[in-house]
Design a protein around this ligand. Structure first.
Ligand code: OOG
Ligand code: NI
Length: 317
């Protein structure tokens, strides 16, 4: 878009940071993610080798600790300053999580731009309901958040650098959290790092623009997809179809000098179908706004498990 005019969101408020700065930050977050996670990197390369036109991101996702100012708001402020709009809340009582998603402002897209240079992605940020966990687990989380009481102000910076705002934990603390909440354990060691990027499947131009075809193609190439509740997650209205890889693992050195393999990030795929009221619009006139928007609690509940041990230890096929 034009770098000289300010960006206006759907409510008419203008952005407080420039588009070029905003996109560079997203680009750094993406670089950290691609350097750490082989599967997303090779999936993106593979999809681009078949479909060499525009590759759009549907959304970026992040996890947070809902305590001491470290929750959703700590990271959403960066997106709100760029003109994103808070949309719906999603609740996951069994996992002790809640999430909010944010719609991007209307910016004039760079024609044909891909990834972070393409149409701006939605943003999905979740938080752990820390108050509902055992006192031992709360103590571990508070130990790290309270020792870095201003770290929450630098959430976007932390994500772009790929550095935790708190000290590295002991391996025993990681294990303790993992027993109670794998989400908590993931967040303790990955912090504000991008949890996943999601390929916008319907905006691909090749035959891979149908999620069933894409899933089949990736499984044939040997990629392991999250099978929780079935590989393909479909919203009750039938309009939002999602699938994801299983998270990669990286080796992490804890503060007690013990090195362990920990779950890192994954890649997701989303196909959004044209809404019933727009079925008669010619295909070349269909825009993103004619398609199923938002997220789905039943799909998301299963997608969270892409970083869980049950999925990581599953064998391929
Ligand atoms: C987020 C899982 C949910 C979606 O698109 O519904 C999700 C996570 O794993 O943190 O990504
Ligand atoms: Ni997602």
């Amino acid at each position: 878009g034009s770098s000289m005019s300010s960006i206006t969101d759907s409510r008419g408020s203008s952005s407080q940071v420039t588009e070029s700065f905003f996109r560079s930050v997203l680009g750094q977050m993406e670089t950290v993610y691609l350097n750490r996670n082989r599967t997303p990197k090779s999936v993106l390369e593979l999809v681009r080798s078949i479909d060499d036109e525009q590759l759009c991101y549907d959304h970026l996702a992040f996890r947070t600790f809902g305590i001491d100012g470290y929750g959703i708001d700590s990271l959403s402020s960066f997106f709100l300053d760029y003109g994103y709009t808070p949309m719906d809340e999603l609740k996951f009582p069994a996992k002790k999580l809640r999430a909010l998603w944010f719609a991007p402002p209307d910016v004039s897209d760079i024609p044909g731009g891909s990834g972070v240079n393409g149409p701006l992605p939605r943003v999905f940020i979740s938080e752990l309901l820390v108050d509902q966990l055992s006192s031992q687990t709360q103590d571990v989380i508070r130990k790290y958040t309270q020792a870095s009481p201003n770290g929450n102000k630098y959430a976007a910076l932390s994500s772009a650098l790929g550095t935790l705002t708190w000290e590295k934990p002991l391996s025993s603390e990681f294990e303790q959290l993992a027993r109670e909440s794998e989400y908590a354990a993931w967040t303790l060691v990955n912090g504000y790092a991008v949890n996943h990027v999601t390929i916008s499947v319907h905006r691909l131009k090749s035959h891979l623009n149908k999620i069933k075809k894409l899933n089949q193609f990736l499984e044939e190439k040997g990629f392991k997809l999250n099978s929780e509740g079935g590989v393909l997650k479909v919203s009750p209205d039938g309009g939002l179809l999602q699938s994801s890889s299983v998270a990669d693992s990286i080796s992490f050195k804890f503060s007690d000098d013990i090195t362990k393999s920990i779950p890192c990030s994954y890649i997701e795929f989303a196909e959004r179908l044209v809404l019933p009221q727009y079925q008669n619009i010619p295909e070349n006139e269909i825009r993103e706004s004619h398609r199923r928007d938002g997220f789905e609690v039943g799909n998301a509940d299963k997608i969270f498990e892409s970083t869980f041990q049950d999925q990581l230890s599953r064998r391929t096929g």
